[in-house]
Design a protein around this ligand. Structure first.
Ligand SMILES: Cc1cc2nc3c(=O)[nH]c(=O)nc-3n(C[C@H](O)[C@H](O)[C@H](O)COP(=O)(O)OP(=O)(O)OC[C@H]3O[C@@H](n4cnc5c(N)ncnc54)[C@H](O)[C@@H]3O)c2cc1C
Length: 485
């Protein structure tokens, strides 16, 4: 089977989904081709979710431009797409004169990058802004524009909006080969071969994260190598008050160990940085210890016994550069690269999408806005956060809203069903978790996993043994499930 589109985007991480959403407003047919069985299955599911403000990338780099702009765009994107975004502001804590000099340098970088309202503050202001910040901090860079999101919620919301505007999502479709034809306007230039069918397109966008070098190579474009800059992260149980993101003075390769609240009230300690074998998502005791001790330096009263989860991901870094590669290929016209989107790819995603639109226009791609484009995605009902009156209304409409499946996060059966029926919907236990938080709480799905498997099996009309934990093949169940309806 071969399907033809104007544009194919390879990769449904936050970069590919944001680009799909940006381009969905134009009168073009678009397909997002993803190797895994769901959205946000690469680096986009394993990061700190921080919308960094953009004061640390070196001025003049692509990163610097898209980071500050991305942070700015998050306000509009969160409103239009109905995802949670907390713009709490952040502080980089300094403990001595050397740190203070570094903070001053960061402030100058930030000014050059267009980051608004940066200032250096002293101990009194530090404790006014975040009472739990270390009393040993003598100075801090206060940055009001920093915020945080749930990164997979952003990717899912962007792609849902794109799909509602006519974009096709092809999952479980790893691109294995690319054929490139001549530059004739009337015919498809690229043919992507995947195990579930071929995709032909006039324009190709490479947003394949850690697979970006392979896509570029398959298309005969720029040759580069990806480096898997791995990071461990730990998540702590919910706190009565959400912590403002607190950063240490950065190192040359990373922002160091950051402590931050999340949109759901947990605390996250993020992230280590070590070059490891591609695909390594193991957590390492040394890394976790480094996270815990780094966090205690910033927030001494942090109860690090409250860790509910540790995980790891790999930043997609292009070997030999610390910058993003966003532009038309210099070798293969009509191939557009959004490669090397290492940190801060989450913070930059809306601006990467905007930049991709400009790059394509400059390359002569005709982008005509559709009259029926709808930028709004209504957020699905979140039972736990809903006011009492809405909870009662939902239960009245369907008693399954009153059947709590995940007790830690108060997720009822109807919310799980909605997560599966959304477009594109969940097809795995983790896909349900990313959409509605069932299994995300302190018991980490100990109580609800078998119920979620049963609901998925019922909704997808398959046997529980065919329901994966995550990607296809990660089966959970061998025999009949006991005691689940
Ligand atoms: C530990 C850690 C912490 C981080 N913290 C932050 C943070 O707090 N703030 C921030 O801004 N950034 C952070 N980042 C960076 C951020 O996660 C990445 O920049 C971002 O997720 C990259 O998104 P992407 O869509 O480009 O790549 P990915 O999310 O990796 O998506 C690429 C997609 O392409 C698919 N793909 C690959 N090859 C193929 C193929 N051949 N065919 C089809 N599909 C293919 C993959 O399956 C994948 O789904 C962090 C990263 C890590 C690892």
């Amino acid at each position: 089977m071969t399907e033809t589109f104007d544009i194919a985007i390879v990769g449904a991480g936050i970069t590919g989904c944001a680009i799909a959403r940006q381009l969905a407003r134009f009168d073009l047919s678009i397909c997002v081709v993803e190797a895994a069985n769901d959205i946000a299955m690469g680096a986009s599911k394993a990061n700190g979710g921080l919308v960094h403000a953009g004061y640390d990338p070196a001025p003049g780099t692509v990163k610097a431009q898209v980071n500050a702009r991305g942070c700015e765009l998050y306000g509009t994107w969160s409103q239009e797409l109905g995802f949670l975004f907390c713009r709490t502001g952040s502080m980089v804590l300094g403990f001595n004169d050397e740190d203070r000099a570094h903070l001053e340098q960061l402030r100058c970088n930030g000014l050059a990058n267009g980051v608004p309202e940066l200032s250096i503050v002293g101990p009194d202001r530090i404790h006014e802004l975040e009472p739990r910040a270390s009393a040993d901090a003598t100075c801090a860079l206060w940055c009001p524009s920093t915020g945080f999101v749930d990164p997979f919620e952003v990717a899912i919301a962007a792609l849902e909006n794109a799909v509602a505007n006519g974009v096709t999502f092809m999952r479980s479709a790893p691109v294995e080969a690319i054929e490139v034809a001549g530059l004739d306007d009337g015919v498809a230039r690229f043919t992507l071969a995947t195990p579930v069918g071929n995709v032909r397109c006039r324009y190709l966008i490479n947003a394949a994260g850690n697979g970006a070098a392979d896509i570029s190579h398959m298309a005969g474009a720029e040759e580069f190598q990806m480096v898997w800059r791995q990071g461990n992260i730990v998540v702590l149980d919910k706190e009565p008050r959400t912590l403002m993101p607190l950063y240490p003075v950065p190192t040359p390769v990373s922002k160091g160990v950051i402590v931050t609240g999340t949109v759901h009230g947990n605390t996250v300690i993020t992230a280590t940085a070590a070059v490891r074998e591609s695909g390594d998502t193991q957590t390492y005791a040394n890394d976790v210890n480094a996270l815990l001790s780094g966090a205690r330096k910033l927030v001494p009263d942090l109860d690090t016994r409250r860790v509910v989860r540790a995980f790891a991901g790999g930043r997609p870094v292009i070997q030999g550069t610390n910058d993003f590669f966003i532009g038309q290929s210099a070798v293969v016209p009509r191939l557009f690269q959004a490669a090397g989107i290492q940190s801060p790819g989450v913070a930059s995603a809306p601006a990467i999408a905007e930049r991709m639109e400009h790059v394509m226009r400059d390359a002569g791609v005709k982008l005509h806005e559709r009259a029926d484009w709808n930028p709004i995605r209504r957020a699905p009902d979140d039972f736990d956060r809903a006011p009492l009156a809405r909870k009662e209304e939902l239960i009245e409409s369907d008693p399954a809203w009153g059947q709590i499946v995940c007790r830690c996060e108060t997720v009822p059966e109807a919310e799980i069903v909605a997560a599966i029926r959304r477009q594109p919907g969940a097809v795995s236990v983790e896909g349900v978790k990313r959409r509605c938080r069932a299994g995300m709480g302190r018991c980490q799905s100990g109580f609800c996993q078998s119920r979620v498997v049963a609901i998925l099996a019922r909704e997808l009309d398959c046997d529980p043994s065919e329901v994966p934990l995550e990607d296809t093949g990660s089966w959970l169940v061998e025999g009949p499930l006991k005691g689940v309806r």
